[in-house]
Design a protein around this ligand. Structure first.
Ligand SMILES: Nc1ncnc2c1ncn2[C@@H]1O[C@H](COP(=O)(O)OS(=O)(=O)O)[C@@H](OP(=O)(O)O)[C@H]1O
Ligand SMILES: [Mg+2]
Ligand SMILES: [Mg+2]
Ligand SMILES: [Mg+2]
Length: 395
């Protein structure tokens, strides 16, 4: 009971409470791991740093942190959720890691995983009897081979969302969700660089440097980094600080409820969108913003931190209009969608339909793009504006 209170769960029927407890702890561990890897990436000389950042077939980056987080989350869920075989659908695979010329990379992943597991007790998680061997780490990563679908229970994991932001010292997220019979039931979103003050969200690119200057570390302050979580139907979403082991900031701060903003006038809204214009049409959203009288600059943020900003009331609208040739993947959205919805917001495609997480890896049947808003009235107005602008756009 005491533990439930700490987690912020109400006295509602205990559905998913064990799963949520373990999942939040796994994401906390993942955030700690990512903070260390990001720091070492930024401080290292180019030649060292390159070992830790690889390029995938589609030229997107993947790092030691992506594989290591996938291994940690997979290991923790499988070890402590004994309800049968855990099924996980996740972004990364072991192809690159298993290549004969990747031994340095694989070693770095195994070390990062074991360093993180050695700190497991500080997160309330039992550490393994002995450090994991290479084959156990590879097995934990490759076990995440679920293909999802409309029936049964599976977890969805994006170990590092916004890897580009991560390697640039900027925003990124660790995203975990539980899907049952095609519906998102739990969402956990770790945002290790989420700032305490919303004004700091707009320090793109210079983020790391500026935050470290603005906030000399003290033992008490929660400067940056949070884990958000929500359970379907609870009508609540929660935020807790990322545990800072150096400052012994572990669960001392009880979770606080988060709620979307009450602004429903599009002209007053802050809207956020992807940083990369290759990922979403900046020109379409600029035209749309103009058409609703919105004059503020868009808040461009890497990763699902955009969903976090809406859920926390720090922004009001998120729009993503990817190229028609691109198919959105469920791990880029599941956790963020449930957290916004439970915090009082709305997320649909541009046709006003719920996103469909029941069709496997991709969000099939998506109408044009994704829109998240702080409330139903605002959402309606944005959808109307999208419809009005769409015909004259070149998308
Ligand atoms: N071409 C294209 N179009 C649209 N989206 C793409 C595209 N390529 C990749 N991705 C996915 O975008 C994820 C990065 O987050 P964002 O969409 O927020 O973009 S951005 O980083 O802010 O520019 C990113 O997630 P991660 O790979 O986890 O970083 C991708 O899944
Ligand atoms: Mg992603
Ligand atoms: Mg990713
Ligand atoms: Mg990726």
């Amino acid at each position: 009971m005491e533990e439930q209170k700490i987690m912020g769960l109400s006295s509602d029927p205990d559905v998913y409470s064990k799963e949520l407890d373990i999942a939040v702890k796994a994401v906390q561990m993942a955030c700690s791991l990512c903070q260390k890897v990001q720091e070492s990436l930024i401080s290292k000389t180019k030649s060292n740093g390159q070992v830790q950042v690889q390029s995938k077939d589609d030229s997107s980056p993947v790092t030691v942190a992506d594989w290591s987080v996938q291994a940690i989350v997979s290991w923790v869920l499988s070890e402590f959720l004994v309800s049968g075989n855990i099924s996980i659908l996740a972004e990364e695979d072991v192809q690159t890691l298993s290549k004969s010329n990747a031994s340095g990379l694989l070693e770095a992943v195994v070390k990062t995983v074991n360093d993180c597991l050695a700190e497991a007790p500080s997160f309330g998680v039992k550490e393994p009897k002995s450090p994991l061997g290479t084959s156990e780490v590879l097995e934990a990563i490759s076990r995440c081979n679920s293909t999802g679908g409309a029936t049964g229970r599976f977890w969805v994991l994006d170990p590092v969302d916004g890897t580009l932001g991560f390697v640039r010292g900027d925003q990124y997220a660790v995203a975990l969700a539980l899907i049952e019979d095609g519906e998102v039931m739990l969402g956990i979103l770790g945002c290790p660089n989420y700032p305490m003050r919303k004004e700091w969200l707009s320090y793109q690119h210079r983020y790391h440097r500026i935050i470290s200057k603005l906030t000399p570390p003290t033992a008490e302050t929660w400067e940056k980094g949070c884990v958000l979580y929500a359970r379907k139907g609870s009508g609540k979403a929660w935020k807790q600080p990322v545990h800072d082991l150096d400052k012994k900031l572990v669960l001392q701060n009880c979770p606080i409820p988060v709620r979307v903003s009450s602004i429903d006038n599009p002209a007053l809204a802050t809207f956020c969108e992807p940083v990369e214009k290759a990922n979403s049409s900046h020109s379409f959203t600029a035209g749309l913003a103009h058409s609703v009288g919105l004059r503020k600059q868009p808040l461009r943020l890497y990763s699902m931190v955009k969903y976090a900003a809406i859920a926390c009331g720090d922004a009001e609208v998120f729009m993503k209009f990817a190229k028609t040739s691109y198919k959105e993947k469920i791990w880029d959205h599941a956790a963020g969608v449930i957290i916004i919805q439970e915090a009082g917001g709305v997320v649909t495609d541009a046709g006003g339909r719920q996103l469909d997480f029941s069709k496997g890896v991709y969000l099939e049947g998506l109408d044009r793009g994704i829109i998240a808003s702080a409330g139903a009235r605002l959402h309606e107005k944005i959808i109307e504006a999208v419809d009005a602008s769409w015909g004259s756009s070149c998308l």
